[in-house]
Design a protein around this ligand. Sequence first.
Ligand SMILES: *[C@@H]1O[C@H](CO)[C@@H](O)[C@H](O)[C@H]1NC(C)=O
Ligand SMILES: *[C@@H]1O[C@H](CO)[C@@H](O)[C@H](O)[C@H]1NC(C)=O
Length: 387
Amino acid sequence: MNVSMPRCCRRYLCIISSVFFSLILFIYIQYFQYLSNNENLNQPAYCNQTIIRKHFMQNKSPQELFEENPSQSTFTYEIHNGNFCLSLRPHALVFVISKSNNFDSRNAIRRTWGNFAHISSLNKFSHVRLKLLFLIDIDESRLLSIKLEQRLYHDIVQVRLPQYYSLSTYRDMAILHWTDKYCSKAMTTVKTDDDIFLNTYLLANIINTIRINTTIHKTKLQCSYSDTSAIIYGNLFKQAPVVRSSSNPIQEGTRYITTNTEYPCSHYPNYMSGFGYIVNRNARSKLLCTFFRDKLPFHMSDVYVTGIIPEYVDIKRQNLDLLISYRSDDDCENFFKERNPNSYACASSLHYNQKQMNIFERFNTYWQHVYENKFLYINHKIILSKK
Ligand SMILES: *[C@@H]1O[C@H](CO)[C@@H](O)[C@H](O)[C@H]1NC(C)=O
Ligand SMILES: *[C@@H]1O[C@H](CO)[C@@H](O)[C@H](O)[C@H]1NC(C)=O
């Protein structure tokens, strides 16, 4: 009798064992996924004030936090443009976050939607003062060209952020800090980016509505938690789920991925689209008071500035139910052609790094559509709801 197995049996054994081990591996992976899913399931739906206080603010209430000395209290400006607001109390400082490199985008904005002469020439908006500014961080190789650009246009603020502050959170807080320091009477600050086309007429209509609804207090604002007139206006994202992993990190980027340690809840507090949110004076003050005492600001700027801090210090987020196009195929022309009175903002595909097209030509095409339909946007009724 032959003790060794027949050839065919050995092959079977081999197959069976590999199937067996694959199965073990499969179960093991499933189990881990189950565990991590379960961890998400056990997480609170969203981080409310109590959780934010524990997780981000060393368990301090806003009142306690505001009594502390700020750990940082200023930004440093390479170009501070400190006289910009000298003789002026803008209703909106429209800040476009830009990069030294992107002269073409700034040029396109200045010549299209950022040219607010179109607004002040209208009877209805003759009292609405909008001012455009670009916030640029430091690119050492282009300091001189930015200086010259500023001499020409007087619309640049350049902030010195160390290289490792790649976080957009710092740039967004810098525009609020600049407003506070050099233009403290401004009624609102609007935040947008240099690849966004904003509908100027609709923006002016919104600012005018806010202006009529706002009693201006001229006193300098202190860090006060009890202030109840802090409001951020814009387009609200409700109950946005937190992205924990990406199936395609190369394409989608890792900037949206957030670990449990960074943010321990499964959804974000309601927050505003960064394509053009509007911060009033009181909200600005509360945001700065918190930010300068926060030792580890959250990395996603829109979530942090318009969601996490507002949840913590009780800033009202007012949804204007605007239309914003997030389409990545640069369909802004069709977006504005649709003639919806709510069309507010659109990202050009420059957002997605295809730099070959001429941005001014594109923006000018959108501008023609917006300009032709301006009365649609000017006369649209903006509702500032009580809640
Ligand atoms: C916040 O959420 C936690 C857990 O879901 C809950 O226990 C707590 O009461 C909530 N706090 C507030 C102020 O709603
Ligand atoms: C602004 O609008 C709200 C809600 O409609 C209203 O309660 C408030 O009194 C208004 N404020 C001013 C100053 O008109």
